[in-house]
Design a protein. Structure first.
Length: 411
């Protein structure tokens, strides 16, 4: 098997995902992804005609984000129409990371030499659920087998099973905000971050918009749980509430205490990311200096009602493929979809919290669904370079009971 080298990684800032409020809410999602594609070209000097494919994650691929946004962004970027093809994929929250992994796989397999992986999500313009798919694609047979619930209820169920109380979740969330604040102040995101401009060249946003400076656990304790009302909701034709559906699979839990809220869950934001992957042969021939190599990738599945527990088996599978142990990893990024997810993953894998999400995570920065995976890969690589360390692991929980992992080695 050949190697896949990461030449560069870029991302837009994360803008608040609220219409007419967020600085990026007026930007077409194709423009967000095109901004990243052109930044990759400008920073590395590659000929866009050498890019064989653009693989982009996008969870809500409808409306402005439909029509294979990966290919549309290539055309929108002003590249030669005969340059790169594009393919858009949906692995829920893991879409952007899967896009990078697929790009790396194509290169490692020797079938491609230059590929871009990443993703985009404009949550202010295409809100979650706007594709109308529901929890199970409106398939009664599937619903009978696995009576799935919204992710927020799954997160609260994890907290109940694991014994994570509201205080622990809020403390983790406050630390995420504090770490992100330090990272912004010290410019730790600057290497990957690119400004988004309007068509006249004016800067619309050049820093992450979602972090809340001064957030404390005491302040978070005042927020109301977000999913209690949803948990009490009884779908039409169902004898059970959403909470009761979840407890059918977990009878050892007497009651789901709703402990997640807007302050200890990932922020709704807009953004895009792109990671340039090259074969060693192409990189050497064109004078491209690699920043890292992709050592291993993996996915893993888990029970689909609790849904968000698979970062652990995905990470374990990835490490096994690489012949490495957790102790060999210098820095870890665990997507903060909800505070209970990184807390559980750290407990399961025996991780040192000082090596995890060292510059904050999605609770502070936001989670632009299809773009986040590419952003996390760039973030861990930037921090490995800043600290002069070597190995990084990125993992994310995914809807439907899945997890994904990517292991990088700095070069």
């Amino acid at each position: 098997m050949g190697e896949a080298w990461i030449i560069d990684a870029v991302r837009t800032p994360r803008g608040r995902g609220k219409k007419d409020v967020g600085a990026l809410s007026g930007v077409h999602p194709q423009d967000l992804l095109s901004t990243c594609l052109n930044a990759i070209v400008d920073r590395t000097g590659i000929d866009p005609r050498d890019v064989e494919d653009v693989v982009a994650g996008c969870v809500t691929s409808v409306g402005e984000q439909g029509a294979c946004i990966a290919r549309m962004a290539v055309l929108n970027a002003g590249w030669d129409p005969a340059a790169a093809t594009g393919v858009t994929l949906n692995r829920f929250c893991g879409s952007g990371q899967q896009a990078v992994n697929f790009a790396a796989m194509g290169v490692m397999a020797g079938q491609q030499d230059l590929v871009i992986g990443g993703g985009v999500e404009s949550m202010s313009r295409q809100s979650m659920g706007s594709d109308g798919s529901g929890l199970s694609g409106h398939n009664a047979h599937l619903d009978e087998q696995h009576p799935m619930v919204p992710q927020g209820i799954s997160a609260d169920l994890i907290a109940a099973v694991e014994g994570f109380g509201r205080e622990a979740l809020d403390a983790f969330a406050a630390e995420s905000q504090q770490r992100a604040q330090i990272a912004q102040k010290e410019g730790r995101f600057d290497k990957s971050l690119i400004a988004v401009r309007d068509r006249e060249g004016r800067v619309l946003l050049d820093r992450d918009e979602h972090p809340r400076a001064g957030t404390t656990a005491e302040g978070l304790a005042q927020l109301k749980p977000s999913f209690a009302e949803m948990g009490a909701y009884k779908p039409k034709g169902s004898p059970l509430t959403m909470d009761e559906r979840a407890l059918l699979r977990y009878p050892q839990v007497k009651k789901i205490e709703h402990v997640h809220h807007a302050g200890n869950s990932s922020g709704i934001v807009d953004g895009a990311s792109a990671v340039l992957i090259a074969s060693p042969e192409y990189a050497r021939e064109h004078g491209l200096a690699p920043r890292a190599r992709v050592v291993a990738t993996a996915t893993a599945a888990a029970e689909p009602i609790i849904m968000l527990t698979a970062p652990t088996p995905a990470s374990q599978r990835c490490l096994k493929k690489a012949g490495m142990a957790v102790s060999d990893i210098d820095l870890i990024e665990i997507n903060e979809a909800f505070a209970a997810i990184p807390l559980k993953t750290m407990r399961d894998l025996g991780l040192d919290p000082e090596t995890v999400n060292v510059n904050g995570g999605a609770i502070a920065l936001g989670h632009p669904l299809g773009a986040t995976g590419g952003m996390l890969i760039g973030s861990v690589l930037d921090e490995l370079e800043r600290r002069d360390r070597t190995t990084g692991l990125v993992t994310m929980c995914i809807g439907g009971g899945m997890g994904i992992a990517t292991l990088l080695e700095r070069m």
